[in-house]
Design a protein around this ligand. Structure first.
Ligand SMILES: *Cc1c(COP(=O)(O)O)cnc(C)c1O
Length: 421
């Protein structure tokens, strides 16, 4: 006999409040206050001021990321999207070129490709919910110049296979690490495997400065070009780095945000250690629960542990499972439900599917440089919709104790027994 489910009048596994969906901002304390006040006291909020240049918070944040990720160059920017645009432009990819992105990523990934006036091609994800290396290889055309693997929900993409395909076809690789700050893959930091790595410090990510981002690379030329894209006047502050100038924008990071990010950076090991311990405890108790299949994590040790994702046998059962688990007091959600326009799923990327630019010329699809042919449709990635539709996501918090981890396990086991047996 299985236990009576809460939706049928049984006692819920948990009642009362649960945890915030945020990570870094939940840890705001004295260190963050001190960091922000330090900048105010200096009266130096613009990073490229000559006076006090040796004491730039943004420069210190870059030093921290260079060491942390293990790359030659780091550039602080004002967002993850800015980081991606800088990386694509920095890599020399633009009008006439195609860039492959996964069907499951925040809409900023294809938007950044479009901002660089390149064409996004949409690729299937596999059971890891990250870029499917086999479909990546199928999607490549003579116009394809780069690929952006995204480490969604803190889970590393299959980087060995992706790098193999990319190298065989001469594609540049820009890693989108926005959701996986501090994640690893087979002993290597995410963001250090591809040609360029891009981070975000927006509030939903592992650590936050409200807004902010970072670009890392080992290539001097890419770094110099990222610098130019991130500041239309950078030559005047920093010199040209020996490459011809081109017009950039302004993605500079404020010293206030940089200081806040530095305080958060110090807390990242603790946040990740707690998240990973919670996820490992949950996963070890869910293996073999009949009816559900855990997301395939290419390197569990490198997983940031920000979310637990599992698949139900069908999309309808996933919706039902999610609702029943919610009634048990465990907040969760389905990953793809076509009643909600989730911005992480290609089907809802309205301006991409419609090939709509900012003006009726609809650049970059029809402004002349692009000689290829790209077609989008709502059903173009059935494999991705299949996995995403069957997926249920339980957000994890670094504030969860082993008791809370066990409540998640108890809830999932109870619902699986009552619903899927
Ligand atoms: C958040 C996010 C971005 C964009 O970062 P912003 O800092 O919000 O500009 C890009 N890609 C992914 C996968 C994200 O989750």
């Amino acid at each position: 006999m299985s236990e009576r489910l809460a939706i049928d009048g049984g006692t819920p596994v948990h009642s009362g409040p649960w945890f915030s969906v945020f990570h870094g901002s939940e840890e705001f304390a004295g260190e963050e206050k001190e960091a922000v006040l330090r900048v105010l006291a200096k009266k130096r909020v613009f990073r490229f001021l000559q006076a006090g240049a040796e004491d730039s918070e943004a420069a210190r944040l870059e030093d921290a990321y260079r060491d942390f990720v293990g790359r030659q160059f780091a550039l602080a920017v004002n967002g993850g999207t800015s980081a991606l645009v800088s990386a694509v432009v920095g890599a020399g990819v633009g009008p006439g070129d195609e860039v492959i992105v996964p069907a499951y990523t925040y809409i900023a990934t294809p938007a950044a490709v479009l901002a660089a006036r390149a064409i996004p091609l949409i690729c299937e994800v596999d059971s890891s919910l990250n870029l499917d290396p086999a479909d990546l290889e199928r999607k490549i055309t003579p116009y394809t110049k780069a690929v952006i693997p995204v480490h969604m929900r803190g889970v590393p993409a299959r980087m060995d296979e992706i790098m193999g395909v990319a190298r065989r076809h001469g594609l540049l690789v820009v890693e989108d690490v926005a959701q996986a700050n501090g994640g690893m893959y087979r002993g290597r930091m995410l963001g250090s495997i591809g040609d360029i790595g891009c981070f975000s410090l927006q509030q939903y990510k592992v650590i936050t400065a409200g807004e902010g981002g970072m670009v890392v690379t080992d290539e001097d030329r890419f770094y110099q070009r990222c610098l130019m894209q991130h500041d239309s006047a950078v030559r005047f502050w920093r010199g040209g780095g020996g490459i011809p100038s081109f017009p950039g924008e302004n993605y500079r990071l404020s010293e206030l945000s940089a200081a806040l990010a530095l305080a958060q950076f110090g807390k990242m090991p603790s946040i990740l250690q707690r998240l990973r311990a919670t996820k490992a405890r949950i996963v070890s108790q869910l293996e073999g629960v009949p009816g559900i299949q855990l997301q395939d994590v290419p390197d569990p040790e490198g997983d940031c542990g920000v979310a637990l994702i599992f698949f139900c046998p069908s999309a309808d059962l996933a919706k039902r499972f999610s609702a029943v688990l919610k009634a048990e007091g465990i907040p969760n959600g389905t990953v793809y439900d076509n009643t909600i326009p989730d911005r992480h799923i290609y089907r809802n990327w309205d301006y991409v599917l419609a090939k709509r630019g900012a003006t009726p010329v609809n650049c970059p699809w029809s402004c002349g440089a692009y000689k290829g042919k790209v077609e989008y449709s709502e059903d173009m990635c059935p494999q991705s919709l299949g996995y995403l539709g069957r997926a249920v996501l339980v957000g994890l918090s670094q504030q969860m104790t082993p008791t809370h981890a066990d409540l998640v396990v108890a809830g999932i086991r109870k619902v699986a027994e009552g619903l899927l047996r």
